[in-house]
Design a protein around this ligand. Sequence first.
Ligand code: 13P
Ligand code: SF4
Length: 326
Amino acid sequence: MINPIGRRNQMESDAELIFKIKQLQKEKNAIVLAHYYQVPEIQDIADFVGDSLQLSQAASKTNADIIVFAGVHFMAETAKILSPDKKVLLPELNAGCSLADSCPPEAFRRFIEANPGHTVISYINCSAVVKTMSDVICTSSNAKTIVDSFPQNEQIIFAPDKNLGAYINSITGRSMMLWDGSCHVHNQLNDEKVIQLRVANPDAKLIAHPECRGPILALADFIGSTAALLEYTKRDSSRRYIVATEGGIIHQMKKASADKEFIVVPADETCSCNDCPFMKMNTIEKLYLCLKNETPEILIDHETIVKAGKPILKMLEISRAANLIK
Ligand code: 13P
Ligand code: SF4
C-alpha cells in the first residue's frame, strides 16, 4: 500500500507494485519508455528500453494514450513535442540534466545572435526552448550523420556538449563553433583512472560514450551512443570491457552477454559517481504513483511544440534517409 503522501508500506514488494503497474498500463492504454540509464527494475518493466534516438522514435510512433517516460525531463519534453495529443508523464519532475542546464536559453540566444550566418545543430540534451532556436537536433547515435548532411564549408554552431562537438569535429575535419557545455557525469570520468584500468586489464577493450572528454575518447577502442556500446559488446569477440559511461547500461550488457565482464570507470566500489543522479531519481514507486495519479504531466505551449518539433522531425527524417532508423 502507498499512503496519500506517497510513502510505501514496507510490506509492499516491488513485485506487487510491478503487478499493479502492469494492470494500470492495460486499463489506461499506457506505454512505459525507459532510457538505458534507468535502474534495472524500471528497465525490466518497460515496454521499450533504448537510447535517446530510439526513444524519440518510439514516442513518435506509439498508439498509446499515455506515455510514461522513465528518463529525464528533456526526454519527456521531446516525447510530448513529438506526440502532442498524448498525455506524457515523468515519474520525477525534478529529473533534469546537467548538460541541458549548461545551456540557458537566453545566453544561447545571445551566442547565436553574436555569430550570424551559422546553422545551429543542437544535441537532444537541451531544453525545448533551445530546440526552438535550432535548425536540426542530433543525438549521440546520429550526430555524425546529421553534421555530414551539411556541406563541408557550412558554418555551424554545435551545442550544448563541447565533448561530443569536439569529437565530431575530429572525425569530420570540421571546425564547428562549440557551446561550452558538458554532462557532469561523463565529464568527470578520469583519464588517469582509465589508463590505470587499461594497464591492469590489457585484454579488456575500452568503450566510451562521446560525452566523455577527449583524452578518454583518444584511448577508446570503440566510441558510440548507449545503444551502440551495447550492440558492440554483443557482436565483438572480446570477453572483457572497460566501460566509460553511465553505469545503468551495464544491466543490459550483462543480460545480453552473461559470460562477459564489464568494468565500469571508475571501478571503485565506494564511488557511484558514474551514476546519473537525475536518471536515478525515478523509482518503481514513483512510476506506479505517476501512472495511478497521472501526474506529474509534461505540458508545453503550442507555439513551442510547433517550433521545437521542426528540428526534431528534421533529425528523424535525416536518420531515416541514412537507414539509422526505420
Ligand atoms: P544516448 O544518446 O546514448 O541515449 O545518450 C543520452 C545521455 O543522456 C547520455 O548521457
Ligand atoms: Fe544529462 Fe549526463 Fe544524466 Fe545524460 S548522464 S541525462 S547527459 S546529466
